[in-house]
Design a protein around this ligand. Structure first.
Ligand code: SPV
Ligand code: MG
Length: 551
């Protein structure tokens, strides 16, 4: 069994070949309906039909070619396979003349069994055939003995005893009378045909009914009342017909619908009217069995972990940049081809973090890149990062994966947020071991002391942050905090409470994040450290803006 069922979820415990045989031999009048691809076959089954006629005319037509064996037999076979995959009811293939002699029919029968068809119908004409309704009287019939050999060969080729071969008699179509039709029916029955299909191009059922009377139920009779469609179905029932085939109405109704829609679209140059009367795309998905794939994905694919969200703190002006931030905050200063914030957003998006919120304040109207959500800190002039963080955290629910907090003035390579995606701890920070690069740089640096220094030998030992400060003695410094903080969903309530407590003290309105980190560390909370080295830049001074171009 394939791991994912094809498109059909409905499986009958009864083989399709057996189902078809039961239809043929049922005491009731049974019906097959035409289909010409997987979709139409599924629609026919859903309508309630217990079997499908894979019409030669319709399959040719959906390819856009004539019913003259222009499509190759393997192309037809491919269509039949899609139809069989899409349905659980049996398919009777209109096999034309068998696409050659007895040898070709044997191969066809074997291939049909492999591809899930239940039966094949072959007609006693010559290859390449012509549709019976195109000048039928001029169509030569097959030699009867040759056709009997073909039927025998087909029956000998099948490996499933319930596979059926229906012999189609074209005597009426070709202008021969009842006697010839009966003579052939008798011979084909004797050769092993499981049923006979008697065809007529008259608009009345006279030929068919005369045949049925004379045949007297010697084997099942199949009919195709395309031309004598006005005959009440009861008449067929009363004459002992076994199977009626509605042979091409699904294709023809599709043609009418497609023509109307195409013309209307061309005329109206608008979808408005058409939309109201065509199947919705959800109906297309349903017919394709989309839900089966969704169920299979849940079963076979690793659980889809949504990435954390991101919260970018970008409310301050960045006076250090002078004129550059006169009309916009630092986060909107251009670095290369886009504002600094654009690089930050792209950096997160590159690792799958798409849910990004930015806390803006100074010249907030200029902080308007498409993509992120925005939270306004209108008190930015006399508040600090901690205040912005509280606003951001309080603005919404952050979901099961929590969030990554970062500053709006850092440039970073995407592997830095990537490091935080897999963080398992409640609180995780990223620490740069190349802290010496920042010494003497005349700026605020968040040096950190950790429980262990970075060591290549102990790279997998858990390290935690003990203190963040710009004033740590050099001997205590293990790195520089890069401003990234991953907060798990579980840690959020306690963090919010701690923030509220800190900010209730007016002295902390302008406080920065290290105050919070140190408070948490002092309380014994684990702030997991991920050591890394370089590959980021914070924009503090004009010189940084210049250098950032080469980053
Ligand atoms: C078909 O559906 O291709 C048939 C039936 O052979 S008919 O077109 O009526 O000949
Ligand atoms: Mg046909």
């Amino acid at each position: 069994m394939p791991a994912v069922p094809e498109t059909s979820s409905r499986k009958s415990p009864v083989k399709k070949t057996t189902q078809f045989r039961r239809l043929l031999n049922s005491p009731d009048l049974e019906f097959l309906c035409e289909a010409h691809n997987g979709l139409s076959a599924r629609i026919v089954e859903e309508a309630g039909f217990r079997g499908v006629w894979a019409s030669g005319l319709s399959i040719a037509a959906q390819f856009g070619v004539r019913d003259n064996n222009e499509a190759s037999w393997t192309q037809v076979l491919d269509v039949v396979e899609f139809m069989a995959d899409a349905t659980s009811v049996p398919i009777l293939l209109d096999g034309d003349t068998g696409y050659g002699n007895f040898n070709n029919l044997q191969r066809l029968v074997r291939k049909l069994e492999q591809r899930g068809a239940a039966a094949v119908c072959i007609e006693d004409k010559l290859f390449p055939k012509t549709n019976s309704f195109i000048d039928g009287k001029r169509q030569p019939l097959a030699d009867m003995a040759e056709f009997c050999g073909k039927i025998k060969a087909g029956k000998d080729a099948q490996s499933d005893p319930d596979f059926s071969i229906v012999a189609r008699i074209e005597a009426f179509i070709a202008g021969w009378g009842l006697d010839e039709a009966l003579r052939r029916a008798e011979a084909y029955h004797a050769a092993g045909a499981d049923a006979v299909l008697i065809h007529s191009a008259l608009s009345v059922p006279d030929e068919i009914l005369a045949f049925a009377k004379a045949w007297d139920r010697r084997c099942p009779i199949v009919i195709v009342p395309t031309k004598y469609y006005a005959t009440p179905t009861e008449v067929f029932r009363n004459h002992g017909i076994s199977l009626v085939i509605w042979a091409n109405q699904i294709l023809r109704s599709a043609i009418t619908a497609m023509q109307e829609t195409a013309r209307e679209l061309h005329r109206e140059e608008s979808l408005v009217r058409v939309e109201q009367r065509v199947a919705g795309v959800s109906e297309v998905f349903r017919l394709q069995g989309a839900h089966e794939l969704e169920a299979a994905e849940r079963r076979y694919l690793p659980a889809d972990r949504t990435p954390p969200a991101a919260l970018v703190l970008a409310a301050s002006r960045g006076e250090e940049l002078g004129e550059l931030t006169a009309d916009r905050p630092k986060t909107m200063v251009r670095i290369g081809d886009q504002p600094l914030l654009g690089h930050i957003v792209a950096g997160f998006q590159a690792v799958g973090v798409k849910d990004i919120t930015v806390v803006r304040g100074y010249a907030k109207a200029t902080v308007n890149l498409p993509g992120p959500a925005y939270v306004d800190n209108d008190d930015h002039a006399d508040t600090g990062e901690l205040y912005s963080l509280a606003l951001g955290l309080g603005s919404r629910d952050w979901g099961a994966e929590g969030l990554i907090v970062c500053y709006g003035d850092v440039l970073f390579r995407k592997y830095i947020p990537q490091l935080l995606l897999d963080a398992q701890d409640d609180l995780t920070v990223v620490v740069d071991t190349q802290w010496q690069d920042s010494v003497n740089r005349d700026r605020d640096v968040d040096y950190v002391r950790c429980s262990l220094p970075y060591s290549r030998l102990h790279y997998n030992r858990p390290v935690q942050l003990e203190r963040v400060s710009g004033a740590l003695p050099a001997a205590d410094i293990h790195g520089e905090w890069m401003g990234f903080l991953r907060i798990s969903a579980a840690a959020l309530p306690a963090l919010r409470a701690e923030l509220a407590a800190l900010l209730s003290d007016p002295a902390h309105r302008r406080a920065k994040l290290p105050l919070l980190l140190n408070r948490l560390a002092d309380q014994g909370r684990v702030l997991r450290v991920i050591y890394t080295s370089g590959n980021w830049l914070d924009i503090d001074r004009l010189e940084d803006v210049v250098n950032a171009g080469g980053f």
